[in-house]
Write a protein of this length. Structure first.
Length: 307
């Protein structure tokens, strides 16, 4: 009899999980089909990801090869434009299209890796601080968060990079270790609300360990919020990476970066506008696509959008 009850419990649990997945898929399909911006964002993000993965096969030229005969060549549709270089070349004769394609790799690597670092630190501290709200370490960590948020992020990054030097690794670590505070503050607030719910109190009453409650019962219920904020932070980090590279404190040559391309083109903006314009368009489209995707994910996971 006990075995039959156990089997029924497992079967019911399995059906509940399958129903939950089915409901989520229906909502995903419904929201995506009726959200033009969500569809556009998903397409743009996938195109950027595929471009980064297959950059060696998509780029028509090596991004560091110099063509002395075609320096500052305009795009192919302009007068004296070259069909060999579709988007033109820079002041050293390097193909702009190839450099933009390869720049996708650095932008995604820096932004995604830094978000992972910031997310792990910020979410862990947020869950712990929210669960043990009012303890001495909660006060200490939240005062650190307040102090960090009082300092302009770009200024703090400039100081750190100026001290430790600029490289891809440094840029990832700087972005990761300076942006965890946004996760901590948001997650802590959500955990403070969730820990008052009945199922958390029930888990405590039967002697469940705090670590199990935090990371098995509470954390899964804030994953949706973490996904949304991570998606939006990726877009912000792409802009930050481009800004730092534009100032000469980001990725250094021969590594290709959209921000550094903007920096190289500013001296020729009056005569050779394409050097800065096309990397700027790439940055804008990528960030716009990520913002659209983030808004769609928010609608997907928001229970108020259920039909």
């Amino acid at each position: 009899m006990t075995i039959e009850i156990r089997v029924n419990e497992v079967a019911n649990k399995k059906q509940h999980i399958e129903k939950k997945r089915s409901d989520l898929f229906r909502r995903w399909k419904h929201i995506l089909l009726f959200s033009k911006t969500g569809t556009a964002g998903l397409i743009i993000v996938w195109m950027v990801i595929l471009t980064a993965i297959f950059a060696p096969y998509l780029a028509p030229h090596d991004p560091t090869d110099m063509d002395a005969r075609n320096t500052l060549a305009p795009p192919f549709w302009m007068e004296n434009g070259s069909t060999e270089h579709i988007l033109g070349t820079d002041n050293l004769g390097r193909d702009l299209l190839s450099r933009i394609i390869y720049g996708t790799q650095i932008s995604l690597l820096v932004s995604v890796a830094s978000v992972l670092i910031a997310g792990v630190i910020g979410i862990s501290l947020g869950v712990i601080c929210g669960f043990y709200g009012g303890k001495w370490f909660d006060h200490v960590i939240m005062r650190v968060v307040d102090a960090k948020m009082a300092i302009p992020g770009i200024l703090l990054m400039l100081v750190i990079i100026g001290v430790f030097g600029s490289s891809v690794t440094t840029l990832i670590l700087v972005l990761g270790f300076t942006e965890w505070t946004a996760y901590t503050r948001l997650v802590r607030g959500e955990v403070l609300k969730i820990k008052q719910l009945d199922y958390v109190k029930a888990a405590r009453s039967i002697g469940t360990k705090d670590r199990t409650i935090m990371f098995k019962h509470i954390l899964p219920n804030i994953v949706s919020i973490c996904i949304v904020i991570s998606t939006l932070t990726v877009g912000g980090n792409i802009v930050l990476e481009a800004s730092l590279s534009f100032l000469g404190l980001g990725v250094q040559p021969p590594i290709v970066s959209w921000g550094y391309m903007l920096n190289e083109g500013r001296d020729h903006i009056a005569t050779s506008w394409w050097i800065s314009t096309f990397p700027g368009i790439a940055i804008s489209l990528t960030v716009l696509g990520i913002i659209f995707l983030g808004d769609w994910l928010r609608d997907l996971f928001d229970p108020r959008t259920k039909s």
